[in-house]
Design a protein around this ligand. Structure first.
Ligand SMILES: *Cc1c(COP(=O)(O)O)cnc(C)c1O
Length: 391
């Protein structure tokens, strides 16, 4: 087995505390749906943070096979990982250049920087040339309301005038980012669109891109030339409060390490959560070090205000609540209602999957699916499957 194959497999299945299954056909189907929703624009794919925790190589290969030709990452090294899986693709790097030393990464990987600031512009004007002394292509991020990355409108206007004269930069794509796309009626959406249309018109030779996953479902003018969905590819609902059109991608199972009876009046886990009834407890080998958030701890935990009852798992057709605090390597579930006869050490309890959508677990932990997915730990045994092939 090569080192890369070993990394993709994750922990040894004989001893792993949990299993992460990634359905590449579901990612492919999600891309097709997003591409259709994006028409007439082209759908790119955002694969930053190791493809939202699910593995850059296999995810990018599956997307290339569906015809995806443009990828976005946050950092240059992520871009190099995408390049290995997509030799022909256009790969854009959101976070800009930081320093002139970054320029060599862009050259090596044929990566396209998204220039965000005066300093990015200066670095790229100095270093963004190819051997034939022509400026290498880049993207520009223009600020329309996030105040995170991007050139101010004034700076973008000056740049457009200067650049029309000097041709020092060849912007191929103009981007901005929506702050409130998951709230379709938010007035900010139209405000940002109008501001973006004015700014992107200053660069008539470049394509334009505004919509993330939720933005794709705003449709119409929001689609511009290129859309940039991320989280919806990985199965999360792009527009909360509506039925989820995406297919579930990640399934996480934890293993039962021990089963024990705790009599009424006993306590469980750190902080001694009171156990109110005779309880069958499944001690499972997944904790916050695996990305199972401590804020999903069971009832009575002062640190979590989001949902009073905490997170739950799923086994034998039943939802089973987390009991007491989630710890680094172990989480307790109250499996009294499942009963001792149908459970044994080594059995798997679903934590995320067909019965427990990632968005629901996120809500129970007071966070969003983005954070759960990107925090999925390295200790899981990883499986990449196609369609129903869940081995
Ligand atoms: C992460 C990111 C995206 C993708 O957003 P999703 O909500 O995951 O679809 C798009 N554009 C920018 C600038 C981003 O940082």
């Amino acid at each position: 087995m090569t080192r890369i194959e070993a990394q993709l497999r994750g922990a040894d299945p004989r001893v792993a505390g949990g299993r992460l299954t990634i359905d590449l056909d579901a990612i492919a189907a999600n891309y097709r749906l997003l591409a259709e929703q994006s028409t007439p624009a082209e759908a790119a794919a955002v694969v930053k943070a190791n493809a939202y925790g699910l593995g850059t190589g296999p995810v990018v290969e599956a997307l290339v096979a569906e015809g995806c030709r443009k990828f976005f990452v946050a950092l240059p090294e992520e871009g190099l990982a995408v390049r290995k899986a997509a030799p022909e693709a256009e790969i854009y790097v959101f976070n800009g250049l930081f320093s002139s030393e970054a320029a060599s990464f862009y050259r090596e990987g044929r990566l396209l920087p998204v220039l965000n600031s005066q300093s990015d512009l200066a670095i790229w004007e100095a270093h963004g040339w190819d051997d034939a002394n022509t400026p290498r292509p880049c993207a520009l991020h223009v600020e329309t309301g996030m105040n995170r990355l991007g050139l101010t409108p004034e700076r973008a206007r000056i740049l457009a005038q200067e650049n029309a004269l000097t041709g020092a930069l060849t912007p191929r794509l103009i981007v901005s980012h929506l702050a409130c796309a998951d709230t379709p009626n938010h007035p900010m959406n139209r405000q940002q669109l109008e501001s973006f249309q004015r700014l992107s018109a200053l660069f008539p030779d470049a394509e334009s891109s505004l919509a993330n996953s939720a933005g794709v479902f705003l449709g119409g003018e929001f689609l511009c030339d290129v859309t940039r969905p991320g989280v919806a590819l990985y199965g999360s609902n792009p527009v909360s409060g509506t039925a989820n059109p995406m297919r579930a991608v990640a399934t996480v199972h934890t293993r039962i390490a021990q089963l024990r009876h705790v009599p009424a009046g006993g306590t469980a886990s750190y902080g001694a959560t009171p156990v109110l009834r005779d309880t069958l407890v499944a001690v499972t080998a997944t904790g916050y070090a695996d990305g199972y958030h401590r804020s999903g701890s069971g009832a009575g935990v002062p640190l979590r205000n989001a949902l009073p009852e905490g997170a739950c798992g799923f086994i034998e057709g039943k939802r089973v609540p987390v009991l007491g605090r989630v710890t680094m390597d172990l989480t307790l579930f109250d499996v009294t209602d499942v009963g001792p006869d149908s459970l044994q050490v080594g059995d798997f309890i679903e934590l995320i999957g067909p019965n427990l959508p990632v968005d629901d677990l996120a809500a129970a932990c007071g966070t969003i699916s983005y954070e759960l997915l990107t925090a999925l730990g390295q200790r899981y045994e990883r499986h990449y499957v196609r369609g129903g092939d869940r081995t």
